[in-house]
Design a protein around this ligand. Structure first.
Ligand SMILES: *Cc1c(COP(=O)(O)O)cnc(C)c1O
Length: 463
């Protein structure tokens, strides 16, 4: 039997009539005439297409006002929605890396609301450029002579190379030609900066003499790249930054280091895996060191370069610096974050990244056990809910082989059907504040290391 297509078309309400309908008043008040009319046109097109292709009206046609509000509502949701990061990765690049300290949040809000002395000195002392205040702080924290801030560490590497070695050769170990996520590859950055890459050594072993032999007329720099996101084991040899710095000094040639994550403090004092400390490299004589603001530093996205005054001046004067410079909000957040480091005894409490990384397995397990009974009751029909030990990752390409022991709530389908895990993960992604877990080993894991708002999470999961 065929449907009566012309009569279906006649059931499509006219825009004018819908707009006069009292049911449309809330939509008009919230989203305005223009957005409502545009949405109605789109819905009418969709309905006509359904009639053409399926000889039927879409189900939502029973309530045009409801559909209009619902679609405008989901479209109005911010692209940057807050979520619960229970993925087990603390510095999750796709979830925005470091959470900012309250002090940083307040500093940004102030810089947004009011004019600030970004490049304006009140005492007539001639502060020069916008990085000045931060540079002084960074010198204090790292022992460097000067500093420069750009948008991210990729920009920092590009600027260091372009400003100090364009048209010349840069010597790098074959074992350090890294690719970081998001198309950052050392050979490509080198090319973009106008430098010629000279690879030395082999993938697993590079010696100081390899660098020495590669230096020639056209060599501008020796470079070290921290292999943040991978680890070569076995018969390996890499040259320490300090050895390379001594060679550089003997040759009268700058040595630069891309530390990637880097850390301003020795993390092993908190029982965390050791990462290179920026001040150690400066002390060893490395000329320029770059690292990210939003990895282990725990601040906003930024590229931080510290080192010798004469070289930093070249970076500050290079045209690329103008294109890569950080804005006032980033600088405000970074300054407030760095100030927390001046008070080491409260750092692990005030800096969210460090606070989360240093949570003990015992404390996380206790939290999991506290939440367990209510979740078992709520999910009993479909899942076995348990507390299990797990290993969290620091993330952002740092310390890939080092894991932090913690605890997770795991959800295992009672009927053993794997498809239930995807369905549950999908359901949680659609919550008002989505909950992001991880499917692994036949279970959905909620690693609680990054859970601070317990009540909020339970409100989501128990509905
Ligand atoms: C993360 C990383 C980068 C890129 O830093 P962004 O701040 O993400 O731009 C560059 N080099 C290394 C070694 C890294 O680990």
């Amino acid at each position: 039997m065929t449907s009566d297509t012309p009569s279906l078309y006649s059931q499509l309400p006219a825009t004018d009539r819908l707009l006069r309908d009292a049911a449309f008043q809330p939509a008009l008040e919230r989203y305005g005439h223009r957005q409502v009319v545009d949405m109605l046109r789109a819905l009418q097109d969709e309905a006509r297409q359904a009639i053409r292709e399926q000889q039927a009206l879409p189900g939502w046609c029973v309530d045009w006002a409801k559909e209009t509000i619902s679609r405008l509502g989901s479209r109005a949701q911010s692209a940057l929605r807050p979520v619960y990061n229970l993925s087990g990765t603390v510095l999750h690049t796709n979830l925005g890396r470091a959470l900012q300290a309250q002090e940083a949040v307040d500093a940004v809000a102030q810089a947004m609301r009011s004019p600030v002395t970004l490049e304006y000195d009140l005492d007539g002392a001639g502060r020069g450029h916008r990085d000045r205040a931060l540079a002084d702080l960074l010198c204090q924290l790292t022992g460097a002579e000067d500093a420069c801030i750009v948008n991210n560490n990729a920009a920092a590497v590009l600027l260091m190379l372009a400003a100090t070695a364009a048209g010349q050769e840069v010597v790098v170990s074959r074992g350090e030609l890294v690719e970081i996520g998001g198309a950052f590859r050392i050979p490509d950055v080198m090319r973009q900066a106008g430098c010629r890459l000279v690879e030395v050594g082999t993938t697993n072993r590079t010696h100081l003499k390899d660098y020495h032999q590669a230096v020639g007329e056209d060599t501008a720099l020796l470079m070290k790249v921290h292999t943040s996101n991978y680890h070569i084991e076995g018969f390996t040899k890499a040259v320490e930054e300090s050895e390379l710095a001594s060679l550089g000094e003997a040759l009268g040639m700058p040595v630069i280091a891309d530390l990637g994550s880097g850390s301003l403090i020795d993390l092993s004092q908190y029982g965390l895996p050791k990462e290179p400390v920026v001040s150690d490299l400066i002390q060893a004589g490395v000329s320029l060191v770059s690292f990210s603001g939003d990895k282990l530093t725990g601040g906003p996205q930024a590229g931080i370069i510290v080192g010798k005054k004469a070289l930093i001046e070249r970076l500050q004067a290079h045209p690329l610096k103008r294109a890569l410079r950080a804005d006032k909000m980033t600088l405000a957040a970074l300054e407030a974050t760095l100030r927390l480091y001046l008070q080491p005894e409260t750092l692990a409490q005030k800096l969210p990244t460090l606070r989360l990384l240093t949570r003990s397995a015992g404390a996380i397990e206790e939290q999991a056990l506290r939440l367990l009974p209510a979740l078992q009751t709520r999910y009993a029909a479909e899942f076995t809910v348990q507390v299990m030990p797990c290993l969290s990752q620091i993330g952002s390409g740092s310390l890939p082989v080092d894991r932090l022991p913690g605890a997770a709530l795991t959800f295992t389908p009672v009927d053993g059907r794997g498809s239930r895990l995807n369905a549950l993960a999908e359901r949680w992604r659609r919550l008002q504040k989505p909950v992001i877990g991880r499917i692994y080993d036949g279970r959905l894991w909620l690693d609680l290391r990054c859970l601070e708002d317990e009540a909020g999470l339970m409100e989501m999961l128990l509905q």
